[in-house]
Write a protein that binds this ligand. Structure first.
Ligand code: C5P
Length: 220
């Protein structure tokens, strides 16, 4: 079969990562978490004392760190200048700063180019998850999915993942990050016109996975 490119976009807490990894594993495809790349460059900026409230400082540093993503869906990896940052990119500090860093055009240009080269190197195809994959990174994807869920469902899932985090605080932080991601000038979080929207509020993860696998198989 020819390589199949699947773009999965949506806000956080919709089950994007779990779904994307499972679909890729089931279909024997590669997997790319683009949020991890934006988190990794944010981690590097914070660690190197870049002022992340200043877009021109971010822009000037955007090309410096070397990012490498491992695309095996059963064991995805992310390194910055050879250091494994899978843990540190999930801290609250990085989460609270990533929207400001990812809004800077120089950051997006660089990471978008990296994402396209990873996608074109995936021989069997790839599932790429993010915010702007269907609209900007891979506009010719074979299948575009836009996952949504109610704020309540999203906050509940995220708090579950963060084990014991306060649901209200988590919901407020999610809403704030999505608002920032949706309102930025350069490739905001948006549903592509030709994306299939799936509301996951009342679906189990298994149901979402099956739904997406069926849609991919229809395209093959
Ligand atoms: O998916 P995740 O929550 O890990 O993404 C972290 C952040 O990275 C998002 O809130 C957004 O600011 C940024 N991002 C982006 N474009 C993507 C993926 C993520 O701007 N394609």
């Amino acid at each position: 079969a020819p390589a199949v490119i699947v773009a999965i976009d949506g806000p956080s807490g919709t089950g994007k990562s779990s779904t994307s990894k499972a679909v890729a594993a089931k279909l024997g495809l590669s997997y790319l978490d683009t949020g991890a790349q934006y988190r990794a460059i944010t981690w590097w900026m914070v660690t190197n004392g870049i002022d992340v409230t200043d877009p021109s400082s971010i822009a000037a540093a955007a090309g410096k760190p070397e990012l490498v993503s491992g695309t095996d869906p059963s064991a995805p990896t992310i390194t910055v200048d050879g250091t494994d940052v899978a843990g540190p990119i999930r801290t609250q500090e990085v989460t609270s700063k990533v929207s400001a860093v990812s809004a800077v055009p120089e950051v997006r240009a660089r990471i978008t180019e990296l994402q396209r080269s990873i996608a074109s190197a995936a021989e069997k195809g790839i599932v790429v998850e993010g915010r702007d994959i269907g609209t900007t990174v891979l506009p010719d994807a074979d299948l575009k999915i836009f996952l949504t869920a109610s704020p309540e469902a999203r906050a509940a899932r995220r708090s579950g993942e963060l084990k014991g985090a306060d649901v209200n605080a988590t919901r407020e932080a999610l809403i704030k990050r999505d608002a920032a991601d949706s309102s930025r000038k350069t490739s905001p979080l948006a549903k592509a016109d030709d994306a299939v929207e799936v509301d996951t509020s009342d679906l189990t993860l298994q149901q979402v996975i099956e739904c997406v696998v069926t849609l991919v198989e229809e395209k093959r």
